[in-house]
Design a binder for this molecule. Structure first.
Ligand code: PRP
Length: 248
């Protein structure tokens, strides 16, 4: 982990971990708190939120050429890990991270009982949809489907969505670039996230059914919340205040 003096004289990690000594010489060092954040586009929206919450990662966090995965912050006991969005949920569910930020697309897909998602951060807004080739759509009626084959990152969510209206969904799991699947004959339809719609358009696809609205949530490990209620509950409240202040 990189650490030391950073921008604007802020101290990170070990350098910031100057142990505060009280007058009676009792040394208090808090246990490490690990926050899991997702890689990718969402980070841009996340940075101002972190700053408002008082968390300033070390400079390597913003350096796309850095291969670091774990980052010290200006808060001596707070470490950030940067992982794939699906893995945020897994790190938090298993208690390897105490807090995290994850979209409800990921939370719904895993449905981990160990994760508590108390706060909608209102960032990372997009939608989960079914899409198909533009030339197929005019003559197609999703209401008449009894069986559908789709490529998706979200097989569980997709199966549940279609099962609720009696449609059997056969899911081919992909981890990205779903939009290629129809053109290459893997399947005619995909279930994926849409934000601007540019990726669908660039690949000759159109949205034919809406599945869910997606935003990012602050998530916490339930056991961590029970064992460190003041600290972790305090972070939830701090993020809540930031969101409320932004909305005001
Ligand atoms: C997401 C999603 C689409 C794209 C949609 O992928 O899977 O491919 O964004 O965005 P748009 O509607 O603004 O074009 P992302 O870029 O997050 O990469 P991924 O495929 O690695 O998930």
């Amino acid at each position: 982990m990189e650490s030391g003096a950073g921008r604007g004289g802020i101290l990170y990690g070990a350098a910031a971990r100057e142990i505060p000594k009280s007058t009676d010489n009792v040394v208090t060092v808090k246990d490490e708190l690990v926050i899991a954040l997702p890689k990718g586009r969402i980070l841009e929206e996340l940075r101002p939120l972190l700053r408002s919450a008082g968390i300033e990662p070390e400079p390597a966090f913003d350096d796309s050429s850095s291969r670091a995965l774990s980052f010290a912050t200006n808060l001596p006991h707070v470490t950030i890990i940067r992982v794939r969005s699906f893995d945020v949920a897994t790190f938090v569910a298993f208690g390897a991270a105490h807090l995290g930020i994850a979209g409800n697309d990921v939370l719904t897909e895993f449905d981990y009982p160990e994760i508590y998602a108390p706060l909608d951060l209102g960032i990372g807004k997009c939608r989960m949809v079914v899409a198909e080739p533009v030339e197929l759509a005019p003559a197609d009626d999703p209401g008449r489907w009894s069986h559908v084959r789709v490529a998706t990152k979200y097989p569980e969510t997709t199966r549940r969505h279609f099962a609720a209206r009696g449609v059997h969904a056969e899911c081919i799991k992909l981890n990205g670039a779903m939009e290629l699947a129809p053109r290459l004959g893997l399947c005619r339809r995909i279930v994926d996230l849409v934000s601007t719609g540019n990726t669908l358009k660039a690949n000759g696809l159109v949205e034919v059914e809406h599945i869910a609205q997606v935003t990012s949530r602050l998530v916490v490990n339930r056991t961590a919340l029970k064992t460190r209620p003041d600290e972790i509950g305090g972070w939830v409240e701090r993020f809540r205040e930031v969101i409320l202040a932004d909305a005001a």
